[in-house]
Design a protein around this ligand. Structure first.
Ligand code: ATP
Length: 308
């Protein structure tokens, strides 16, 4: 599928002098889910705000669906829905009216059949006549998504969609995002929860200090940076580790357990040889398990590499 968002050498320096974005270029394809990861103040919200026309860039260009966000902003903005970080809803208004009004603000003709479809998809149909103040936090977030989808955008921005929500609600949100993807909506989300990026995103972009450090398919990033650890439980305790195994990086963690870190990218991981060597010495293995470093560890190693 073709590009829906083209960000070219984008920069933003706020009046205060803060350089929030520094020469960022990124192309996002239609239908993909991309997660922007970065510590507080990295520039994620600034990037989203520029694309949505809320902040004016100091350099570079952005095109949405081929429309320049500055010279052709009306057409660009029609393609975009934004779910902001802060929950701001009219407390006494009915859910269904909030969504209808937002659609109207975009100049779209009323379409109650479509509004019913999104409220049903977001499990809000039963609450359509409730005032928004009567809703739970998770429901309010879903109303924000319904509002953002009210004008049938092709691109949805979710700025920290699950900040401050509990684990069950977070899973519920992931489900909603999965459903939207099946509808063909392109989704750009910012998150501090690395698990969220790992779970949902096709690609991950890591931002720190206004710079896009890298953008990679999530699986590739995990494969490339992910080290694995093999834990071996022995049948009988060992006094010491044989020298040749120690030379290969095998560690005796306690008498009964060996640990071996290996690189998933290596042509030979050395696992078969290690198990063979143990067997030939009469050292019996009771159990083996492996553990892969999480995206969190990958992310921390990237950001610290950058700081170094
Ligand atoms: N309106 C503004 N005026 C001046 N500086 C700003 C403004 N908005 C953001 N900044 C600064 O720009 C930098 C990037 O902020 P931004 O909100 O884009 O980061 P973020 O990655 O979204 O952070 P968070 O994860 O905390 O939401 C920060 O140093 C911030 O203080």
């Amino acid at each position: 599928m073709g590009a829906i968002i083209e960000i070219d050498h984008l920069s933003k320096q706020y009046g205060s002098g803060t350089k929030a974005l520094d020469d960022v270029s990124l192309t996002i394809d239609e239908g993909e889910i991309i997660a922007l990861l970065g510590p507080n103040g990295a520039g994620k919200t600034t990037m989203i705000s520029i694309i949505c026309g809320l902040v004016v860039p100091t350099g570079g260009t952005v095109r949405v669906g081929g429309h320049d966000i500055r010279t052709d902003w009306r057409a660009a903005r029609k393609l975009i829905g934004l779910v902001p970080q802060e929950i701001a809803l009219e407390p006494f208004e009915k859910v269904i009216n909030c969504v209808r009004f937002t659609r109207g603000l975009y100049g779209m003709p009323p379409d109650d059949a479509y509004i019913e479809r999104i409220l049903r998809a977001l499990a809000l149909w039963d609450k359509r006549d409730a005032a928004t103040r009567e809703l739970s936090g998770g429901m309010k977030r879903r109303v924000l998504i319904a509002k953002a989808l009210s004008h049938q955008p092709k691109v949805l921005f979710l700025d920290e969609p699950t900040a401050g929500v509990d684990v069950a609600l977070r899973r519920e949100m992931w489900q909603v995002v999965g459903d939207l993807r099946r509808e063909g909506v392109t989704i750009i989300l910012t998150t501090h929860y690395l698990e969220e990026a790992e779970e949902m995103a096709d690609r991950v972009g890591v931002i720190a200090k206004g710079q896009l450090l890298l953008v990679r398919p999530t699986a590739e990033l995990m494969g490339e940076f992910g080290k694995k650890t093999l834990n071996i439980e022995l049948d009988a305790p060992l006094e010491a580790i044989p020298d040749d195994l120690a030379d290969r990086g095998v560690v005796l963690t306690d008498g009964r357990h060996l640990r071996y870190d290996y690189d998933t990218r290596a042509e030979r991981t050395g696992i078969a040889r290690l198990l063979g060597d143990l067997a030939s010495r009469g050292i019996t293995v009771r159990d083996v398990s492996t553990r892969q470093s999480s995206l969190e560890e990958v992310f921390l190693s990237l950001v610290s590499e950058d700081a170094a």
